[in-house]
Write a protein that binds this ligand. Structure first.
Ligand code: FPP
Length: 276
């Protein structure tokens, strides 16, 4: 939190929100479906790509805020496997913006100790974007702070399919394909986010109540936070509000809270259930 307060002015809204955050109960992994760029632009009578351009500033702010909060991982849904259906001019601009973002943000990533990674079928991205991505991933590989995953040409189903195929391939290479058994732990170790905690908090901007094929395996127990705010307007205060909302949730992972458990043992013991 100290790192965050260093850039906040006392008395501002961001400062007041940050003061309410319990630093000991922050999510380890935040995942975000960045949505509403097109609508943001339309509302301003601007071309859709203007929304994506403005969305870059939100990416920058959220990434830096998460790093200052010492959150372990941030996964951003930047381009889905379905997004190839968009007009070529929009796709080209998105990848040009990605290259611009990577070039511009490298210095901040180094300064903030951020490690960049990409998840998704990266091999199918346009060459220029792919090369820039590999360059920044390599340059930030030694950083030990926030891990930022950019989900690019990503789909949750493809992630699972690729994970299973990886396990099959590995078993075949080791001559143990016949006895291959898949467990939750082996799948966990084969999906794109292997080694990271599952997202605790999934944020979606622009009010849509959908998962849109994002991290299907990993969000099993994520708390979901949907805001009407369009992604280009989603800034530090919005992230802090989402975190405060998350901290009010009672996460039970299918069980009961400690207090509820104690009370339940007592009342269940009192409730006679006929044996048959
Ligand atoms: C969804 O809004 C947004 C996207 C498909 C792209 C997200 C891209 C950025 C925020 C900029 C580039 C990203 C990085 C990481 C540099 P939409 O276009 O579906 O909006 P709409 O639903 O209002 O049409």
């Amino acid at each position: 939190m100290q790192e965050l307060f260093r850039v906040l002015d006392p008395g501002t809204e961001d400062w007041a929100l940050a003061r309410q955050i319990d630093a000991s109960r922050l999510p380890a992994h935040v995942a975000i479906i960045m949505d509403g760029n097109g609508r943001w632009a339309k509302r301003r009578f601007l071309p859709r790509v203007a929304g994506h351009k403005a969305g870059i500033d939100s990416v920058r702010t959220i990434m830096e805020t998460a790093a200052r909060l010492r959150i372990e991982a941030l996964t951003l849904y930047a381009f889905s496997t379905e997004n190839w259906k968009r007009p070529k001019s929009e796709i080209d601009t998105l990848f040009r913006l990605l290259r611009f973002f990577l070039r511009q943000e490298l210095a901040t990533m180094m300064e903030q100790n951020i490690q960049l990674n990409a998840i998704g079928r990266i091999e199918d991205l346009p060459e220029g974007a792919r090369e820039e991505l590999h360059r920044v991933i390599a340059l930030t590989a030694g950083n030990t702070g926030l891990k930022v995953n950019l989900a690019l040409n990503y789909s949750g189903r493809a992630d699972l399919v690729d994970a299973v195929n990886r396990l099959i391939e590995e078993a075949r290479a080791q001559g143990r394909l016949g006895s291959l058994e898949v467990s939750e732990a082996t799948l966990d170790g084969a999906v794109s986010t292997a080694g990271l905690p599952d997202p605790d908090l999934l944020i979606r901007t622009s009010g849509e109540m959908r998962i849109s094929n994002f991290l299907l395996w990993q969000i099993a127990y994520a708390e979901i936070y949907v805001t009407e705010t369009y992604w280009p307007d989603f800034r530090r205060a919005d992230l802090l509000r989402a975190l405060l909302d998350y901290q009010k949730r009672d996460r039970r992972f299918g069980g009961l809270s400690a207090l509820e458990r104690a009370q339940t043992e007592e009342s269940n013991a009192e409730e006679a259930v006929p044996a048959r």
